[in-house]
Design a protein around this ligand. Structure first.
Ligand SMILES: NC(=O)c1ccc[n+]([C@@H]2O[C@H](COP(=O)([O-])OP(=O)(O)OC[C@H]3O[C@@H](n4cnc5c(N)ncnc54)[C@H](OP(=O)(O)O)[C@@H]3O)[C@@H](O)[C@H]2O)c1
Length: 295
């Protein structure tokens, strides 16, 4: 780990965002199969996030549970949108009305309609950043994403998408996309205790592409490691704050989008930008990452 204090990153060369953002997937429901969250709390979380300086919100039209939709909540809580608020969304997965999670991929010919659905639900004329989300949760493969990414590149040419991203991709798939159109961000599965995607992060940092991990807090539960607790204890911080501060310290290109449906967790996560990790802390986190995976 290098350690960096950079507060901002400029997406695609023209959209400046604070590196501590917000992931909207947990607004409708905090855990897969869990009870629906409360709509009013979700709206309050979004408004408080913006008050706290969050100006990068990550969402998708398939983030819904019952009649709670993240996109609808974002529109209701925040529109008319404040200047400079960047809303990133993603298309690719198919999720039917009764499904808890995506069950497959949209056909190439369905991607335009999914982009238009995001425009409608968010109440925007242009989408700031749209990722092509590829595959399921298995490790990214080598199959071509060119045909699907080219559809989004066409919509960028039309002007309804400002910047493009790719999500859950291999280096070869990123190369394939970049040969078609500029890629402003990569959103892959990563947290500081899970080193598998380190080479992709390094590649993004080198190429000026934002690296925006999903599941930055472990996704399925906060990693339970005594060494993380020890670092947290020394800083009077929590383990989620150490995970986020560690992520931001990795490289100026990493953007955090922790997801929560809780006001207290939101405050805690945003406050992680104030945690200054020492070289010793960063070395200890590197050691955790080098060891066996935290489940
Ligand atoms: N591209 C993709 O395939 C993909 C996949 C997954 C997610 N995403 C995006 O990435 C964002 C981040 O991932 P994520 O939200 O799934 O996972 P995450 O940020 O790793 O973890 C979220 C979970 O941690 C809990 N949590 C949050 N802050 C906490 C805190 N301070 N203390 C204790 N627990 C806390 C949340 O529950 P509470 O609600 O109770 O706080 C939720 O269950 C998503 O919101 C979404 O925008 C993208």
């Amino acid at each position: 780990m290098n350690g960096t204090d950079e507060k901002y990153w400029t997406l695609g060369g023209d959209l400046r965002v604070a590196r501590m953002g917000f992931g909207a997937m947990r607004l409708p429901v905090s855990t897969l199969g869990g009870p629906a969250n409360d709509r009013e709390t979700g709206l309050a979380v979004l408004r408080r996030a913006v008050e706290l300086g969050v100006d990068h919100i990550d969402t998708a039209a398939f983030y819904y549970h019952g009649d709670l939709s993240a996109n609808d909540m974002i529109r209701e809580a925040l529109s008319p949108y404040p200047d400079g608020l960047v809303i990133a969304t993603k298309v690719g997965p198919h999720k039917g009305p009764g499904d808890l999670a995506p069950t497959g991929q949209l056909e190439t010919g369905e991607l335009r309609a999914e982009v238009e659905r995001n425009l409608r639900e968010l109440g925007r004329d242009t989408l700031d950043l749209v990722y092509l989300r590829h595959g399921g949760l298995e490790p990214p493969g080598e199959e071509s994403i060119a045909e699907r990414f080219a559809v989004l590149a066409g919509l960028r040419e039309e002007g309804i998408i400002r910047h493009l991203g790719v999500s859950h991709v291999s280096a070869a798939q990123l190369d394939e996309a970049r040969a078609i159109a500029p890629v402003a961000a990569v959103q892959n599965w990563f947290d500081v205790t899970r080193p598998q995607d380190t080479a992709m992060l390094a590649l993004c940092a080198r190429e000026g592409i934002a690296y925006v991990p999903f599941f930055p807090l472990g996704g399925f539960g906060i990693p339970d490691d005594p060494r993380l607790k020890e670092i947290a204890g020394r800083h009077g911080a929590t383990v989620p704050q150490i995970l986020l501060a560690g992520l931001l310290a990795l490289s100026p290109a990493t953007l955090a989008i922790p997801g929560t449906g809780s006001l207290d967790h939101l405050e805690e996560n945003v406050a992680a930008t104030g945690v200054r990790l020492t070289d010793e802390d960063l070395a200890a986190i590197d050691e955790i990452a080098a060891g066996p995976d935290t489940p």
